[in-house]
Ligand binder design. Structure first.
Ligand code: TXA
Ligand code: MG
Length: 344
C-alpha cells in the first residue's frame, strides 16, 4: 500500500540551527518523538500527502509555536490528525455521512470539517470557529505517533507560509531548526499534494479544497456529486473574509475597546485590562490579564482567548485591550483583537 516506508532517519533540529543525525528510525526514536510532542514540542511528521509540522492540538502554546514557526500571518484553522475515526468523534460530532466518508477514505487524504465538541482542541487550532478539520493520515510513522501518544496532532504543511509544501524530509531541511523541531524522515510522500477538505453539514458535503481524494471518489461513496465551493461559499466556512461571523466568534460579551501605546485609558472604573507584557494595574482598572510577562508573542497568542474569557467573566463593565507590536504572531493577535472589538 505504501511506497514511502523506507527505513528513514531522524534529524534532531536543535535550537540555533545545528542539526544532529539520529540513528535510523527505531522504536526508541519514535518514543522520543512522542515524548517531544507530550512536552509541547514540534515534530515534522511524514504523511501520505505532504510533511506536516505537528504539535499537540490540545496545547495552546504548542499550537501557537506552529503559527510562529510557519510565519503564518493570521490565524487560519489547522487540521487535526487522529489515529482513527473513534478519535475523531471524540473531538467532533459525527453524522451518518461523516461516518460513511471516514469508513471509505480513512486512513487517507480526506479532511472532514465538522462541528467541534467543546474543549477538545485549542481554540487557536480552529481560529475560534465552531468547526474542526479532522483527518486520519495514511502513513505508518504518522499513525504510530498518533497511536502511541493518544494525542490529536494539529499539523499544517511543513513549509514557511506561501511556499511549496514539502514531500520529502530534505525539502523541509532545517527551516524549523530555531524552534527545536524533531524531523522524522518517512521517505517520499505517496500522494504528494494535500488532502481534500470537505465541510459536512447533515447530508450536505461541500469541497472546500480539492486534494488527494477526487470528486469522483466522493461521488461514488455519497451517491451524488458533492458541491465544489466557489470562493464565496468557501468564505462562508472560514473566519477571515466574514467579519460579522468572525466578530461573534471572538468578541467577548462585554464591550471591548483597543488601546494603542500612548492613548487614553477608559474613563471611570469597573474595567479590566488585557495587557501584553503588563506592569502596574492602570488607573481605574480593577483587574488585569497579562498575555506574556516577557513580551513573547508566541506565549501571548497562546493566552489571548483564555485571557479575554477570564476578563469577560470578571465583575467589570468593559474590557480594554492593548495592541501588541505588529511583528510575528503580534500581527495575528492584533487581527483577532480588532475583530473582537468589531473593527476587523
Ligand atoms: O494533506 C494535508 O491536509 C496536510 C497534511 C500535513 O495533513 N495539511 C495541510 O494543512 O495541508 P494546511 O494548514 O496547509 O491546510 C489546511 C486547510 C486550510 O486551507 C484551512 O483553511 C482548512 O484546511 N481548514 C482547516 N480547518 C478548517 C475548518 N474548521 N473549516 C474550514 N477550513 C478548514
Ligand atoms: Mg499548506
Amino acid at each position: 500500500m505504501l511506497i514511502c516506508e523506507g527505513p528513514g532517519s531522524g534529524v534532531q533540529l536543535a535550537p540555533g540551527g545545528k542539526s544532529q543525525r539520529l540513528p535510523p528510525m527505531s522504536a526508541s526514536e519514535i518514543t522520543a518523538a512522542v515524548a517531544h510532542l507530550e512536552q509541547g514540542g514540534l515534530v515534522v511528521m511524514p504523511t501520505e500527502t505532504v510533511y506536516g509540522l505537528a504539535a499537540n492540538a490540545a496545547d495552546d502554546e504548542a499550537v501557537a509555536r506552529i503559527f510562529a514557526a510557519k510565519q503564518r500571518p493570521a490565524f487560519d484553522p489547522l487540521i487535526v490528525h487522529v489515529a482513527d475515526a473513534d478519535a475523531a468523534w471524540k473531538r467532533a460530532f459525527d453524522t451518518p455521512v461523516a461516518r460513511r466518508l471516514a469508513a471509505a477514505f480513512w486512513p487517507g487524504p480526506l479532511t472532514l470539517v465538522l462541528q467541534r465538541r467543546p474543549g477538545c482542541v485549542s481554540d487557536l487550532v480552529t481560529s475560534g470557529m465552531e468547526t474542526v478539520g479532522l483527518r486520519c493520515p495514511d502513513h505508518p510513522l504518522a499513525l504510530e505517533l498518533l497511536r502511541r501518544s493518544g494525542l490529536g496532532l494539529a499539523a499544517p504543511s511543513a513549509n514557511i507560509f506561501g511556499r511549496t509544501s514539502p514531500t520529502t524530509a530534505a525539502h523541509v531541511g532545517e527551516q524549523f531548526a530555531a524552534y527545536g523541531a524533531l524531523l522524522m524522515d518517512g521517505g517520499s510522500c505517496r500522494v504528494g499534494l494535500e488532502s481534500t477538505v470537505v465541510a459536512v453539514q447533515h447530508e450536505q458535503v461541500v469541497i472546500l479544497r480539492p486534494g488527494g481524494i477526487s470528486r469522483e471518489q466522493l461521488h461514488a461513496v455519497l451517491g451524488h456529486e458533492p458541491e465544489l465551493a466557489s470562493r464565496d461559499t468557501r468564505a462562508q466556512h472560514l473566519p477571515a473574509p466574514a467579519p460579522g461571523m468572525l466578530a461573534s466568534h471572538y468578541a467577548p460579551s462585554k464591550p471591548l475597546r483597543l488601546r494603542a501605546p500612548g492613548q487614553a485609558w477608559p474613563r471611570g472604573s469597573q474595567w479590566g485590562y488585557c495587557a501584553f507584557t503588563g506592569a502596574d494595574l492602570p488607573d481605574g482598572a480593577t483587574v488585569q490579564e497579562v498575555l506574556s510577562p516577557h513580551g513573547d508573542p508566541i506565549q501571548a497568542a497562546s493566552r489571548l482567548f483564555a485571557a479575554l474569557r477570564q476578563l469577560d467573566a470578571a465583575p467589570i463593565a468593559q474590557i480594554c485591550a492593548e495592541l501588541v507590536p505588529d511583528q510575528g504572531l503580534g500581527l495575528a493577535i492584533n487581527d483577532r483583537l480588532r475583530r473582537a472589538a468589531g473593527m476587523g
